[in-house]
Write a protein that binds this ligand. Structure first.
Ligand SMILES: Nc1nc2c(ncn2[C@@H]2O[C@H](COP(=O)(O)OP(=O)(O)OP(=O)(O)O)[C@@H](O)[C@H]2O)c(=O)[nH]1
Ligand SMILES: [Mg+2]
Length: 348
C-alpha cells in the first residue's frame, strides 16, 4: 500500500493547517500530526525495553559493586531492587527465592552466573503469559478491545489488524467507541489506510447496536476476525462499564461463545496501577488477554512479571514504540533477555 502521507516521504505534500483527521493520530500537540508510516521498520523488544533495562542496570549494578558475598543481605538488596522496578512485591519475593535456590543447587559463585540465573527465572515466571493463539478456530473470531482512556486501544487494534492482514486473514472493525468525539473517524481512517471495512453509526450511537451490526455483517461476509474498538473508561464510570457488559450480552445472544476474546490494553507507564485496572475490568467483563503498550516510554517493563504472577493471562503483544509496526508478539525468553541487563553493559 502506498503511504504518501508518511513523515519519511520527503516528497509528500505537507498539510498547510493542522485540522481534521490528521490530528487524530497524535494527541501530543508538539508531535508531528502526520499518520504513522505503515511500512516503518519495527522496534525490537530490546529497544522497547531499553528504559526498563537501563534502570535495572543502574540498580543491580549498585548491588554487585565492588566485592560482595552471595549472602542473605545481597538477596535482600536484590529483592528491593526488583520491588522498586514495578515487578511487584509477591513476584519479586518469588523471583529471588527461585534465584537463591538456583544459586545454591548450581553452585553459582560469580556475578555473571547470578545475572544469567535471574534472566532464566524471569523467563520462567512470564512463560505462562506466552500462549498459543489460534484465531482461526472460529469464524468470525470476535475480539472486544477494552481499557481506560488513552492506553492505546485504537492504535493497538489497528496494529494487530495489520498483522492479521499480513497473515492473509480478513478483518472487520466495529467503531463501538461512540462516546468520544471523533473516535469513529479515527478508526475509519485506520480502516481506510489498512483496507479494512469499518461498521459505524457515529458519535452518540448505541455501542452495543454497532457491535451487533458489525457481527451480523462479519457473519454474512465470512470475515476471519472482528475487532470491536470501545471507548476508554474508568471503572468508576458505571454507565460506561454497564455499556461494555451490554455489548458482551448482545454478542452472546447471537452466539454464546462470543466475544471469544476480551483483550485489555494496559499502558505500562501506569505501573502497578495497571493491576487494579485489570481487576476492575476482569470483574465487569471477564478480560481474558492483555496487551502491554508504551513500554518504550517507561521503565516499568517489570509489570509483565507481576501481571503473569497474579493472573496467568496471556499477554498477546508488547507495544514498543509509536511506529505502526512497533508491536511485538510476547515471547518469554526475548522479554527476559531484553529486561535483565548484562552488567558488562555498564562498563562499556
Ligand atoms: N510510545 C508509544 N506510544 C503508543 C504506543 N501505543 C499507543 N501509543 C500512543 O498512545 C496514544 C493514544 O493511543 P490511542 O490508540 O488513541 O488510545 P485509546 O486507548 O484508543 O484512547 P481513547 O480511545 O481516547 O481511550 C497515541 O498517540 C498512540 O500513538 C506504544 O506502544 N508506544
Ligand atoms: Mg480509542
Amino acid at each position: 500500500m502506498s503511504d504518501t502521507n508518511s513523515p519519511q516521504d520527503p516528497n509528500a505534500e505537507q498539510p498547510k493547517k493542522k485540522s481534521g483527521l490528521s490530528r487524530l493520530f497524535s494527541r501530543d500537540k508538539n508531535k508531528s500530526d502526520t499518520a504513522p508510516d505503515l511500512n516503518a521498520e519495527a522496534a525490537t523488544v530490546e529497544e522497547g525495553l531499553s528504559k526498563s533495562r537501563n534502570s535495572l542496570l543502574g540498580k543491580i549494578g549498585h548491588v554487585f559493586k565492588g566485592s560482595f558475598d552471595l549472602d542473605d543481605d545481597l538477596f535482600e538488596e536484590l529483592e528491593e531492587v526488583l520491588i522498586t522496578s514495578d515487578i511487584g512485591v509477591d513476584a519479586s519475593l518469588k523471583l529471588v527465592e527461585n534465584l537463591r535456590n538456583r544459586v545454591k543447587t548450581e553452585k553459582i559463585q560469580d556475578t555473571a552466573g547470578v545475572i544469567a540465573g535471574l534472566r532464566t527465572e524471569v523467563a520462567n515466571m512470564v512463560r505462562p503469559a506466552q500462549q498459543p493463539w489460534n484465531v482461526l478456530h472460529q469464524r468470525p473470531y470476535v475480539m472486544l478491545m477494552v481499557g481506560v482512556n488513552g492506553v492505546g486501544k485504537t492504535t493497538t487494534t489497528a496494529k494487530i489488524a495489520k498483522q492479521f492482514k499480513d497473515q492473509g486473514r480478513s478483518v472487520m472493525f466495529a467503531a463501538a467507541d461512540t462516546f468520544r468525539a471523533a473516535a469513529t473517524e479515527q478508526l475509519q481512517e485506520w480502516g481506510r489506510r489498512l483496507d479494512i471495512p469499518v461498521v459505524a453509526q457515529g458519535h452518540g450511537a448505541d455501542a452495543a447496536a454497532v457491535a451487533h451490526d458489525a457481527l451480523t455483517s462479519a457473519i454474512v461476509k465470512g470475515t476471519h476476525v472482528l475487532m470491536i474498538d470501545t471507548a476508554g473508561r474508568l471503572h468508576t464510570q458505571s454507565d460506561l462499564m454497564e455499556q461494555l457488559q451490554k455489548i458482551n450480552r448482545v454478542l452472546g445472544n447471537l452466539d454464546p461463545s462470543m466475544p471469544h476474546e476480551v483483550m485489555q490494553i494496559l499502558d505500562a507507564g501506569t505501573g502497578q496501577n495497571a493491576l487494579s485496572q485489570l481487576d476492575h475490568f476482569k470483574d465487569a467483563v471477564g478480560v481474558n488477554s492483555v496487551c502491554l503498550t508504551k513500554l518504550d516510554g517507561s521503565a516499568k517493563g517489570g509489570l509483565a512479571i507481576s501481571i503473569t504472577q497474579k493472573y496467568q493471562l496471556p499477554i498477546r503483544y508488547l507495544g514498543v514504540g509509536e511506529g505502526f509496526n512497533d508491536l511485538q508478539a510476547f515471547d518469554a525468553d526475548a522479554f527476559a533477555a531484553a529486561l535483565v541487563p548484562d552488567l558488562s553493559e555498564s562498563q562499556s
